[in-house]
Design a protein around this ligand. Structure first.
Ligand code: ZN
Length: 371
């Protein structure tokens, strides 16, 4: 049923339209033209302006042929670097790779290609479907920035499928963590290191002593924290007046995230003050958790669809965020589906034609399960 040649050509066209985060206009224009030719309207929001990028998030709303609740599918248009001048090579082994000097961009253009091919098939075969909403986001790789700008009140769907997990088709991500970014800013006092160190307060030394008392690494089976960068000081011979440490905490439980974050904040400030310095702690909530139960309809529908195709579906938990995190946070029940892209974010990235085809079939099966 899937037109493999058309699907592969579509995928190649999408990946060869470069779209590193913030520069998604070529893919955006391609999608606008694609849907316009099919008499569908593409609504672009102002995320491009807000994020100083070249495209906004794109939303396509398609009326249903049956009176059933609407369904949202989402994929991101942007890629990581090196993502300029991508050339896709189709191997005799039915694997699509880049030339080796760039990423491929199957993350997440495999999902976009699969959605478009699914729509072609629905049209050709006059398949019945509920109202459909397709959301194509920008700057996902920049910390889900596009999805965060999107106004979800524009959507009718209460159930959604993001196609952006690098496991094989049949994987259904139902749990992922929420995350806080944590920044420590320690203020000391500058002084000459040799002449009068007594008059200084060394912010680097203070930060090190306080940091040594903080938890770091795995906290429990669903909670982690990390300190990733440290910077500060002016010169070797100056008592360091300032030190900044950037870190994060994640947990699949919001309660645990809140609790570890407030303890990382309060005890750090406490330690620094005990040592005679001052500390400021900035907390930035990056994205909410996904915490779905297997029996929920959004999960069950994906399970039924996968089984129908002979896949052995797997419910999964991941350690990172995706647009599905933001969509769940907006009150829409949303899983992230495995699409089979491999070695993403590297020049070794690839996807098999068989997985691309399976992605289309999975989308169609989910739609069928929704009618
Ligand atoms: Zn992705």
């Amino acid at each position: 049923m899937v037109n493999e040649e058309r699907l592969v050509q579509l995928f190649i066209k999408l990946v060869e339209n470069d779209s590193v985060s913030g520069r998604e206009e070529k893919v955006g224009d391609f999608l606008k033209q694609y849907f316009r030719q099919r008499n569908l309207q593409v609504e672009e929001d102002n995320a491009g302006e807000v994020l100083q990028g070249s495209s906004g998030n794109l939303l396509v709303k398609i009326a249903g042929t049956v009176d059933k609740p609407p369904l949202l599918f989402a994929a991101h248009m942007d890629t990581v670097k090196p993502g300029e001048g991508i050339k896709a090579i189709v191997g005799n082994d039915r694997i699509i790779r880049s030339q080796g000097d760039t990423i491929l961009g199957s993350d997440d253009k495999s999902a976009i290609a699969a959605l478009l091919e699914a729509w072609e098939i629905i049209q050709e075969r006059q398949l019945s479907h509920p109202p459909l909403e397709f959301l194509f986001t920008v700057s996902e790789e920049q910390g889900l920035m596009g999805a965060k700008q999107f106004d979800f009140s524009r959507l009718q769907s209460k159930i959604a499928y993001v196609l952006d997990d690098n496991n094989d088709p049949g994987t259904i991500v139902i749990k992922s963590p929420c995350q806080n970014e944590i920044e420590y800013i320690v203020q000391g006092r500058a002084a000459h290191a040799g002449m009068n160190p007594e008059e200084g307060i060394n912010a680097i030394h203070l930060a090190a002593m306080a940091l040594a008392k903080m938890p770091c690494g795995r906290i429990d089976d669903e909670t982690t924290c990390n300190f990733g960068t440290i910077e500060g000081g002016l010169a070797r011979n100056i008592v360091a007046p300032e030190c900044r440490i950037r870190g994060e905490a994640r947990s699949r439980s919001r309660k645990k995230l809140d609790s570890i974050t407030s303890s990382l904040k309060d005890s750090f400030i406490n330690e620094i003050e005990k040592l005679g310095g001052r500390a400021e702690v900035k907390i930035d909530f990056l994205y909410p958790e996904i915490a779905l139960q297997p029996e929920e309809e959004v999960v069950q529908r994906a399970l039924r669809a996968a089984r129908k195709l002979g896949l052995e579906p797997m419910l999964a938990a991941t350690g990172g965020g995706s647009d599905a995190s933001i969509i769940n946070g907006a009150g829409i029940r949303c899983v992230n589906l495995g699409v089979g892209m491999k070695n993403v974010h590297t020049t070794e990235e690839y996807i098999s034609i068989d997985d691309l085809v399976m992605d289309v079939r999975l989308i169609l099966a989910i739609i069928e399960e929704s009618t």
